[in-house]
Write a protein that binds this ligand. Structure first.
Ligand code: SD4
Length: 290
C-alpha cells in the first residue's frame, strides 16, 4: 500500500489516506479522503474552501478522479460554491455516464447529489484579492501561494490504483479559465496495469504535452516512475523553452510501489507507505536562482 501527494501539505492528506487504506478502503476511497482534508483546510489558499478567487472574486475549482481498475474518469471544472469538488468528480464518474461537468451544470449536479452549497471565499482570501485589485490587478504580483494543486496517488492492498487532482487554479484567473487539473492525461492518469501520475504547476504549460498520460506510457515501456517524470519535464522545457519560466511538476508511482517526482523548480511531495512517512524533494531541472 502506498500514498503519494504533491507538496508539503500533501503530508496531512497522506495521513488521512493511509488510515483509509489501513482500514481496508480502496485506493479511490483513500485518495479522495486524503485530498478532502486539503480542500477543507483554509490555510491552503490554492485548493477548495479558502482558495484564491478568480479575477471577479469568485472561487472556481477544478477536480478529477481516475480509477486505475477501469480507466474510469470523472471531473468538474469551474465549479462554484462546493467545498469538496473531488468527491463531486467521483460522483460524476459513478453516478452519470459523462466524464466532465462544468460551471452551473456541475454545481446543480453536486447539489442534486446532496452536496451542500456554501460561500467559498474566506475573509483572508477576500482581503488578499481586494489588495490585488487596489494594486492594479497586476498578474506579475500574484500571491506566493497563487497556485499549488494537490494531486494524490494511491495503491491499495488489492493492487488497485487511483489518481485524483483538485485545485482552485491560478489566483485571479479569468472567470471560466480551466487548467490541467481536471483534464485526463494532463493533470492525472491511472492504469492498474502500469502506474499513475499527477501534475501540478502552471496548467497552461502542463496541458501542452499530456504529461500524466505520457508518464504512464513511459513506465509501460520500461522507465521507472522517476525516469518517466524527468523525461516529461525535460521534454516540455526542450520543446517549449518559454515554459521554463513557470513551475511544472509531476509525481508518479508504478503498480509495484516505486515512486518518482520531478519538476522545473523545487517540488516537495509526500510519500507514505509501510515504515515510511515523509516529504521528499523531487528532482529539479533548475535551482531557484536560475
Ligand atoms: C492549474 N495546475 O489550474 C493548476 C494549478 C497548480 O500548482 O497546480 N498549481 O493550472
Amino acid at each position: 500500500m502506498l500514498v503519494v501527494s504533491t507538496w508539503k501539505f500533501g503530508y496531512d492528506a497522506n495521513q488521512k489516506a493511509w488510515s483509509v487504506l489501513q482500514d481496508g478502503g480502496s485506493a479511490m476511497d483513500a485518495a479522495v479522503a486524503g485530498v478532502t482534508v486539503t480542500e477543507l483546510d483554509t490555510a491552503v489558499r490554492s485548493v477548495g474552501y479558502g482558495g484564491h478567487p478568480n479575477a471577479a472574486g469568485f472561487v472556481q475549482v477544478d477536480a478529477a478522479v481516475m480509477d486505475g481498475r477501469t480507466l474510469g474518469y470523472g471531473a468538474v471544472a469551474g465549479l462554484e460554491g462546493i467545498a469538496t469538488p473531488t468527491a463531486v468528480a467521483r460522483s460524476v464518474m459513478e453516478a452519470t455516464d459523462h466524464v466532465l461537468l462544468v460551471g452551473n451544470g456541475a454545481r446543480d449536479f453536486a447539489i442534486d447529489q446532496g452536496f451542500e452549497p456554501q460561500e467559498m471565499l474566506t475573509p483572508d482570501a477576500r482581503s488578499a484579492w481586494e489588495d490585488w485589485r487596489k494594486q492594479g490587478e497586476d498578474h506579475d504580483t500574484l500571491p506566493a501561494d497563487s497556485h499549488d494543486t494537490i494531486g494524490a496517488l494511491a495503491l491499495d492492498g488489492n493492487g488497485d490504483l487511483a489518481a485524483v487532482c483538485t485545485t482552485s487554479g491560478i489566483a485571479y484567473k479569468l472567470p471560466g479559465r480551466v487548467g490541467d487539473s481536471p483534464l485526463i492525461g494532463c493533470g492525472l492518469y491511472a492504469d492498474n496495469d502500469v502506474g499513475a501520475a499527477v501534475a501540478t504547476g502552471r496548467g497552461e504549460e502542463i496541458a501542452r504535452t499530456c504529461g500524466a498520460f505520457q508518464i504512464v506510457t513511459l513506465i509501460r515501456q520500461g522507465q521507472t516512475p522517476q525516469e518517466a517524470c524527468e523525461t516529461v519535464v525535460r521534454h516540455l522545457v526542450d520543446r517549449v523553452p518559454s515554459s521554463a519560466e513557470h513551475q511544472m511538476a509531476y509525481a508518479a508511482i508504478d503498480k509495484d510501489g516505486n515512486v518518482g517526482g520531478a519538476a522545473v523548480r523545487a517540488f516537495p511531495y509526500a510519500v507514505t507507505t509501510e515504515g515510511v512517512n515523509e516529504v521528499r524533494e523531487g528532482f529539479r531541472l533548475f535551482s531557484e536562482t536560475d
